[in-house]
Design a protein around this ligand. Structure first.
Ligand code: ZN
Length: 146
C-alpha cells in the first residue's frame, strides 16, 4: 500500500469503535439503550434523550441520497487527480444522516433519492473509509425495497 497523502480521520475515544468496525468492513452505529434511536456521528450522549447508555449496532449499510454536490475544483493538491467527485449526505435506513463519497459511477449519474450501499476503502493499517455506491433497486412487486 503506498503512502496516502490525503486527509484522514483521527479516531478518538468516542469514535474508536466505529473506525475499528470499518477496518473489519462493518458500518456500525450507536443505538441508545433508553430511547432506542440511532445516532451519528459517534458521541457519548444521546441527542434525543440525553442518555449515556448505548450499544454499537451493525448498520444495514443501505440508504438514500438526501443531497449531494459534485466537486470540480480540488480543495488541496491531493485531490487534483480525484476531481470530479461526489460528496453526499446519505440517509441510512436506521434514520441517521451521514456524509460520505459516492464512488464507482459517473458523478453525473447521481440523483437525490438514489439508493446507495456502503463499500469500504482500505487506506492504511489503521484507517478504512466507508464510502457508498449506487444500488439497483427492483420495484416492490419483485421483492425489492421501496
Ligand atoms: Zn436516547
Amino acid at each position: 500500500m503506498t503512502t496516502y497523502e490525503g486527509p484522514l480521520p483521527k479516531p478518538d475515544r468516542d469514535s474508536q469503535a466505529y473506525w475499528e468496525a470499518a477496518r473489519r468492513h462493518e458500518l456500525v452505529l450507536q443505538q441508545c439503550a433508553d430511547c432506542e434511536k440511532f445516532r451519528f456521528y459517534p458521541r457519548v450522549v444521546c441527542p434525543h434523550c440525553m442518555s449515556d447508555r448505548f450499544e454499537w449496532r451493525k448498520s444495514s449499510g443501505r440508504g438514500v441520497v438526501y443531497s449531494f454536490t459534485v466537486v470540480h475544483r480540488a480543495p488541496t493538491p491531493f485531490f487534483r487527480d480525484k476531481v470530479p467527485y461526489v460528496v453526499a449526505l446519505i440517509d441510512l435506513q436506521e434514520g441517521v444522516r451521514m456524509m460520505s463519497n459516492i464512488v464507482g459511477c459517473d458523478p453525473a449519474e447521481v440523483k437525490i433519492g438514489d439508493h446507495v450501499e456502503v463499500i469500504f476503502e482500505d487506506i492504511n493499517e489503521e484507517i478504512t473509509l466507508p464510502k457508498f455506491k449506487l444500488r439497483q433497486v427492483l420495484n416492490s412487486s419483485m421483492g425489492g425495497e421501496v
